[in-house]
Design a protein around this ligand. Structure first.
Ligand SMILES: Cc1cc2nc3c(=O)[nH]c(=O)nc-3n(C[C@H](O)[C@H](O)[C@H](O)COP(=O)(O)OP(=O)(O)OC[C@H]3O[C@@H](n4cnc5c(N)ncnc54)[C@H](O)[C@@H]3O)c2cc1C
Length: 471
């Protein structure tokens, strides 16, 4: 337990309105967005300035009080939640939510960690720029959380992950110091690129309080197509073809199993936009600076060629922005669809893009052999080699029996991933969910380097203990 004297010091430093300590008020900060264990904490800190974050971390370092940094709490691995023992404080960045500067000439925006992804997108739009990082939870997740998980999302195929969109960071260190690395430079070879260490660190190395983010030209033209492909191989063939035919215009490319559409109809009532019998579909966006409507003809031509080549068997090009959004909603609501459809053993894997069809074939065959009747519900950012491979409980099994197979299913799926030189977590991170898997698959050399970094950056061991790996 945390001593009451320490809690009192933290409350005084946080100031009025800067903390929550009643169980009813702290519950939401301890509850996972989706599956997973509900945690406990005696205190949620809600500082509204970087200086206050630093003061709070200083007290925690002195008293060896563990801190769980938390953004929008939309993470899917338990990384931003306190553990059940109740001896960790939560440090929520929600009130650190100012946009500090927008510089359209430098194509940058400087924001505090608690600004939501959607608010950054809107601020960029106001100066006729694009902030391309975009995920289903954009209205709630925060930039601090996005950077700490190195979020991916639907536009990685064109713009890269969160890591590629950061020019500078402000961080409160394990000693409670403020590192002002808020530089808006595109070239900076003056020593180690320290900001990259905090990106994807899941709150284990420091607390991100601010960031300088890159902005991009705002596309004037967007076309969305839902395409039925002959097979997963044809889907990857189509990606290569579209990139050579349309180049940079390909800004999203998702491979989606047909089950994802039928489950969206069953659970959320989304009408299936397409009839069809094939197993795999591709949802793609094309975007560019050209006049509105100008990409439609080249897209039609490219799809017709792909049809001739036997890659495509059917296609719909959205007739309006509203139709495009309705199709994308089916993709973006898959987390909720699958929650309602039954317990899924979730995987967030990546392999080289070219190996995706082989991964699907091997994993499907291995699981069908051991678990005939499981429901395949695979979708993901195929343009980045990333799939959410989520086998759902066999129809007559029930949650408990399927959940008990989690370790065995993980081993089957992740062994195939490892054999292909892939990653057991492409974009959601490790947190608590995949900590055991990380220990299983990372080499001792890599884990050793991670431990050395952790000791150097967080000597008191206060930042998010028990997450990612054991020190
Ligand atoms: C519907 C839905 C769709 C999603 N789609 C995607 C997707 O397409 N791609 C994707 O990558 N993810 C996706 N996610 C996962 C999730 O939204 C992302 O991981 C997101 O980046 C987490 O941001 P957050 O603010 O909610 O962070 P939280 O969940 O609060 O925290 C995540 C991690 O970051 C740490 N952290 C948070 N803020 C800070 C900070 N300021 N300093 C240091 N550490 C911090 C926490 O300790 C924790 O380890 C999705 C989630 C949902 C619910």
């Amino acid at each position: 337990m945390i001593e009451s004297g320490v809690l009192d010091r933290l409350k005084r430093a946080a100031g009025p309105g800067g903390f929550l300590d009643g169980p009813a008020d702290t519950a939401a900060y301890c509850t996972p967005f989706r599956d997973g264990e509900t945690g406990a904490t005696p205190l949620v800190l809600r500082p509204d300035t970087t200086e206050k974050v630093a003061a709070l971390v200083t007290i925690c370092a002195e008293t060896r009080t563990p801190i769980v940094p938390q953004g929008g709490n939309t993470g899917l691995t338990g990384a931003g939640l306190p553990r059940i023992a109740g001896n960790e404080v939560v440090l929520s960045l929600t009130r650190l939510n100012r946009i500090r500067a927008v510089d359209p000439l430098n194509d940058t925006i400087t924001v505090e960690a608690g600004v939501t992804m959607e608010a950054v997108q809107q601020a960029a739009e106001e100066v006729d720029r694009l902030f391309p990082l975009s995920i289903g939870s954009r209205g709630t997740c925060q930039i601090g959380g996005n950077l700490s998980t190195n979020a991916g999302g639907i536009h990685v195929v064109r713009y890269g992950t969160a890591r590629a969109m950061v020019l500078g960071l402000e961080v409160v260190t394990g000693q409670g110091e403020v590192w002002d690395g808020l530089r808006g430079l595109r070239k900076d070879n003056a020593g180690y690129d320290l900001k990259q260490l905090f990106i994807g660190a899941e709150g284990t190395l420091g607390i991100i309080t601010g960031a300088v983010l890159k902005l991009f030209s705002r596309p004037r033209e967007r076309q969305t197509a839902l395409v039925e492909v002959a097979s997963a191989e044809a889907g990857i063939g189509l990606l290569a073809y579209m990139k050579s035919a349309m180049g940079e215009a390909v800004s999203a490319f998702e491979l989606i199993h047909r089950n994802c559409f039928s489950l969206a109809t069953e659970t959320l009532g989304h009408p299936d936009p397409m009839e069809g019998v094939r197993t795999w579909r591709v949802l793609m966006d094309l975007a560019g600076q050209e006049a509105p409507g100008s990409l439609r003809e080249p897209l039609e031509e490219a799809l017709a060629n792909a049809f001739e080549a036997g890659l495509v068997t059917d296609a719909i090009i959205a007739a309006s922005g509203a139709q495009a959004d309705a199709i994308w909603a089916i993709r973006e609501e898959q987390a909720e669809v699958q929650r309602r459809a039954g317990f899924g053993i979730k995987h967030d894997i990546s392999v080289p893009v070219s190996a995706i069809p082989e991964f699907i074939a091997q994993a499907d065959a291995a699981l069908t052999k051991t678990y005939p009747g499981h429901v395949t519900c695979t979708f993901g950012h195929a343009g980045d080699g990333n799939l959410h491979y989520n086998p759902i409980e066999p129809r007559d099994w029930g949650r408990q029996r399927w959940e008990a197979e989690t370790e065995a299913v993980n081993r089957i799926v992740h062994d195939i991933v490892a054999d292909m030189g892939g990653s057991i977590t492409a974009e959601h991170g490790v947190g608590r969910l995949r900590k055991g898997e990380l220990a299983h698959y990372k080499s001792p050399v890599e884990l050793g380097m991670m431990r050395s970094l952790k000791r150097a950056f967080d000597p008191a061991g206060i930042f998010n203990p028990g997450k990612v790996f054991d020190v």
